[in-house]
Design a protein around this ligand. Structure first.
Ligand SMILES: Nc1nc2c(ncn2[C@@H]2O[C@H](COP(=O)(O)OP(=O)(O)OP(=O)(O)O)[C@@H](O)[C@H]2O)c(=O)[nH]1
Length: 362
């Protein structure tokens, strides 16, 4: 149920109350018809109407209050079915001359169990209902047109009802089992879809957003900037002489460096900013709602931290620096244009001797 939005889940729960209320209503109408035909007294449907009204008011109130939300059975199905069974048993006590009416109607609310019940709940219901029916027949007896004079007659009648009830509940239990399996498969499918979308947007080596996802975030941010008349900055971060790292320490160490630098960049960015692996040894940083001056301070801090970081934890004698190019997005500019300007600034940083930050003013 976790995947169903709260309002929809509440509607679904109230729908069960509504369906059961309609069911009570139908039974009471039939009982009024019996009373009109002089089979039972009018008092009986009136008493049962009052009880059904209170039941529904209580269940709807509990569900609407939200107090049942944390329960394993937030629809209170088990309690509602117990109430409906109690209703029929009370009818049995009050009007034993139409026992068949209450016995047949016992089956109707139980079918809702297939939506929420577990196998154990079905077994418990069967045992409980069979015992309750037996006890009723022993104490109240059965009147009316059904000829149950000897104990054998009564036991046979009881057994017929009990086995029919058992088969009915077994079928419902099977439906419930299939529903639970379907729900489990649905959850698995949803997890797989989330994982797939994660795989499609993340860089495998570093775990950062990949270039495609970065472009999507950039597009989103540019639309927001147009709407809010704000701006954002893009920084391209490139490792200096990374080829030498690979050549000296090997490709695996190069990979470890990329991973470590990714963690470092992630830990240093602002919560609202996004960092991505742009490709190879190039990373990008999107600084939302930032002016060029703020972005420059942030990237200078990052550059300095990378230089001071103890890279020897990866390989003895290893040192690392980065060069950075920054550009602030201008209204009307395309994403390619702003990225090209950041790239040109990065080239300036490389030309200036590396390990520095350059800003695009063009
Ligand atoms: N280990 C590793 N190396 C990579 C990966 N992607 C790209 N590279 C390496 O990154 C290096 C980039 O080299 P260059 O483009 O010459 O740049 P550089 O050596 O960093 O020199 P400057 O950028 O000019 O400072 C190449 O040796 C690529 O093989 C990767 O996923 N893992």
């Amino acid at each position: 149920m976790a995947s169903i939005p709260l309002r929809a889940a509440m509607k679904l729960r109230l729908r069960t109350v509504g369906i059961l209320a309609a069911d009570y209503g139908f039974n009471i109408l039939m009982l009024f018809a019996f009373a009109a035909a002089d089979v039972i007294s009018f008092q009986i449907p009136i008493i049962l109407l009052g009880i059904a009204f209170l039941f529904n008011l209580l269940f709807a109130g509990l569900i609407l209050s939200g107090k049942t939300r944390s329960l394993q059975d937030p629809s209170l199905t088990a309690l509602q079915l117990l109430g409906a069974c109690g209703f029929n048993f009370l009818g049995f006590l009050l009007a034993p001359q139409i026992v068949y009416f209450f016995m047949i109607n016992l089956f109707v609310p139980l079918s809702y169990g297939s939506v929420h019940f577990t196998q154990r709940m079905f077994l418990a219901s069967w045992i409980f209902l069979s015992c309750a029916l037996g006890a009723m027949m022993l104490t109240v007896g059965v009147q009316g047109d059904i000829e149950l004079t000897t104990p054998t007659d009564r036991i046979f009648f009881w057994a017929v009802i009990v086995f029919a009830l058992g088969r009915f509940l077994a079928i419902n239990a099977e439906v419930s089992r299939l529903r639970i399996r379907l729900q489990r498969k649905n959850n698995e499918l949803m997890h797989a879809a989330t994982r797939l979308s994660d795989l499609a947007s993340r860089d495998e080596l570093t775990g950062l957003w990949n270039r495609r996802e970065f472009m999507r975030l950039l597009l989103e941010e540019s639309r927001r900037a147009v709407r809010n008349q704000s701006s954002f900055c893009v920084a391209i971060i490139d490792i200096d002489h990374f080829k030498k790292v690979n050549d000296t320490y090997g490709h695996l160490t190069g990979d470890a460096v990329l991973h470590e630098l990714a963690q470092l960049l992630e830990s240093m960015r602002r919560a609202t900013d996004s960092v991505a692996r742009y490709g190879g040894e190039e990373f990008t940083l999107l600084l939302v709602n930032a002016k060029l001056a703020t972005a420059t301070v942030a990237l200078e801090r990052i550059r300095s931290q990378v230089m001071q970081y103890d890279w020897e934890v990866i390989a003895a004698g290893l040192r690392l620096t980065i060069s950075v190019g920054i550009a602030a997005w201008r209204p009307g500019e395309t994403l390619t244009q702003v990225l090209n300007r950041a790239d040109a600034a990065l080239y300036e940083a490389k030309d200036a001797g590396r390990n520095c930050v350059r800003v695009s003013h063009t």
